[in-house]
Design a protein around this ligand. Structure first.
Ligand code: GLC
Ligand code: MG
Length: 253
């Protein structure tokens, strides 16, 4: 592993990024497991799913146990095997977040269809929205929420899911929080994603970023508009795309 760059932290989205090709996932897991043993590399999953929904996925996929789970689009951080939320993160997100007011305002939009109760979280309100009306609905929603002094992020993913979160509650901010907590350098950190709720992973720091080949249009477009040499758009899909990116950045052979 002489010429390789030392990988200290790998953060990856799950659905359609890490998960999607079982054979490639097994190959990547082997590499990561070896790095864990050699370098103490930390592995973090950053998912839109709730913790419960993540646990459903764990029963059907061969996933390594992560060092932390970032769930509900960034709004929930569980360290190690902890069942409870990181209290410092909860305190940060609680400032100026008024969930009921957000729900009341969003309910004025007939095009917003509520997601199941399991995906409605303390710091995340989630809907389905047709791509044909996104351009009309999102600016109006943003405007109404701002008028009420509500500082939120509206995130559209996969041409169907719309999440409303407290500002600074996204996956990318959660990654900065964990990096600080663990004192890990951004240039030894890799982030991987495929859709709109992953854009924040690429947006705040100079972590090495891998966009898998099967990425959704919203992330591809963002990448085209913000080209930097520390982001890599893979040709291969899912975990094979992550492996390709690790090689590109000299984190793997
Ligand atoms: C996951 C969540 C859903 C969210 C979507 C996009 O599918 O379950 O609530 O809207 O990710 O972030
Ligand atoms: Mg995804």
């Amino acid at each position: 592993m002489g010429l390789l760059t030392h990988l200290s932290l790998l953060i990856t989205d799950l659905d359609h990024t890490l998960v999607g090709n079982d054979e490639a996932l097994d190959r990547l897991n082997q590499v990561l497991d070896r790095y864990r043993q050699t370098w103490g590399t930390k592995i973090v999953y950053a998912t839109g799913r709730s913790k419960e929904s993540y646990q459903d996925l764990v029963t059907t996929q061969r996933l390594l146990a992560p060092d932390a789970l970032i769930a509900a689009v960034g709004t929930e951080i569980y360290l190690g095997a902890a069942e409870t939320l990181d209290p410092e993160w909860v305190n940060k997100l609680s400032i100026n977040w008024h969930r009921e007011k957000v729900v009341t305002i969003a309910s004025r939009f007939a095009d917003l269809e509520s997601q199941p109760q399991s995906e409605q979280r303390p710091f995340k309100v989630s809907y389905y929205l047709s791509p044909s009306v996104v351009a009309a609905v999102v600016p109006q929603l943003q405007e109404l929420l701002s008028q009420q002094g509500l500082d939120v992020e509206i995130i559209y993913s996969g041409n169907k899911d719309l999440d409303i979160l407290p500002r600074g509650g996204d996956k990318g901010t959660a990654v900065q929080f964990l990096r600080n907590r663990w004192q890990i350098d951004s240039i030894q950190t890799v982030v991987c994603g495929d859709s709109g709720n992953d854009i924040s992973l690429f947006k705040y720091g100079i972590e090495r970023g891998i966009i898998v080949g099967n990425a959704q249009s919203e992330l591809r477009l963002w990448h085209e508009l913000h080209p930097v040499n520390y982001h890599y758009l893979a040709v291969a899909d899912y975990a094979a795309g992550i492996l390709e990116g690790l090689k590109y950045f000299r984190f793997a052979e």
